[in-house]
Design a protein around this ligand. Structure first.
Ligand code: KG4
Ligand code: ZN
Length: 334
């Protein structure tokens, strides 16, 4: 089945084509330069930019796949969670296309998409597996029993891991989005120089707001920003605290539930230190680790088309009254 996926939940306008579980094209238009002067995503700007970018993205995705509109057999679109104004652009486009082409439509959960990204990778897991979904808005561990069954095992009580990266970068005047900048800068730093807290040691849940506060306290104490010599060590140590907690809690969940396959997905899964350290830790614990290629970790429409194809093939259909939802936990009806 040839499925067009559309994603517009935050600051990426994306369109992709998947056919029988294989990725044919993957177009991602980023709005980073539009939001960076403000240090974060401005919802009003995001909606306007999605309007400009969505049709060209769809056209490009079809062209890259060597297909035409009439070849599309189904449409999958992110329904939530995300910014409602942004989601509505993707949804309206998807509905208009589905109606005019006479093909089925399915609205999918963005987090379900992040997990499904692994099915487009070279090495794919079997059910059941543990999934760490770690992005700008979410940090959760699930026991995934099938395409549609997710048991929540742990989640953040405050900030998401991506937010911890973004907020630190903002405090340190490093720009937006913080994860990428910190990842790069940390490569030349020593992660052992500064001791940042690893919160909630004995809980399956996460907490990252104290980490950000400890950085703020450090900054206030010294009354100035870090020098160019100090910065790499600061961000490397900060990043290490996030990475350590993500790995430890996910492997602990795998152990408790006696599962030997772990999937790591979402924007923060693009972090090079997390990928490297997780792979060493997984080896040590005899766990098979699955992380999508970096381009499928951050927001994209390929993951939406991938899960969309599975849902459409299972008979799921949504009507043209489909609406956007800002909050939507996996395994629940919005
Ligand atoms: O999945 P995503 O693209 O959007 C959401 O669904 O939130 O994730 C975005 C988050 C941002 O917080 C960004 O800073 C973080 O992922 N991120 C990274 C890296 N690339 C993106 N964090 C750490 N290291 C990276 N290389
Ligand atoms: Zn995302």
């Amino acid at each position: 089945m040839i499925v067009l996926g559309i994603e517009s939940s935050c600051d990426e306008t994306a369109a992709a084509v998947v056919k029988d579980g294989k990725l044919l094209s993957n177009v991602i238009t980023s709005q980073i330069k539009d939001h960076s002067p403000y240090g974060g995503v401005v919802p009003e700007i995001a909606s306007r930019k999605h309007i400009e970018a969505v049709v060209p993205a769809v056209k490009q995705a079809l062209a890259d796949a060597g297909l035409q509109m009439k070849d599309i057999e189904g449409i999958a679109v992110t329904r939530g969670p995300g910014l409602v104004g942004s989601l509505l652009i993707g949804l309206s486009t998807a509905k208009a296309l589905a109606y005019s082409l006479g093909v089925p439509l399915v609205g999918v959960n963005h987090l379900e998409g992040h997990i499904a990204a692994i099915f487009l990778a070279e090495k794919t897991p079997m059910f059941p597996f543990i999934a760490l979904v770690v992005s700008g808005g979410h940090t959760s561990i699930y026991l995934v029993k099938s395409y549609q069954s997710f048991a929540l095992l742990g989640q953040t009580r405050d900030d998401a891991a991506g937010e911890a990266f973004d907020k630190a970068a903002k405090l340190l005047n490093l720009g937006y989005p913080g994860g990428v900048v910190i990842d790069k800068l940390a490569k030349s730093g020593n992660p052992k120089v500064f001791a940042f807290p690893r919160a909630m040691k004995d809980s399956p849940d996460f907490s990252f707001s104290g980490l950000k506060t400890s950085l703020l306290v450090m900054l206030k104490k010294q009354g100035r920003n870090f020098s160019d010599e100090e910065l790499p060590d600061v961000v490397a140590s900060y990043q290490e605290a996030i990475v350590d907690v993500l790995i430890e809690k996910t492997l602990q969940a795998a152990k408790v539930h006696k599962i030997d396959q772990v999937v790591v997905c979402g924007g923060v899964a693009a972090n090079s230190r997390l990928r490297e350290k997780f792979s060493e830790a997984a080896n040590e614990h005899s766990v098979s680790l699955f992380i999508p290629p970096m381009i499928l970790c951050t927001d994209n429409a390929a993951m939406i088309a991938a899960i969309g194809e599975v849902l459409l093939k299972s008979g799921r259909r949504d009507g043209l009254d489909l609406n956007a939802v800002s909050r939507w936990s996996l395994n629940t009806n919005p």
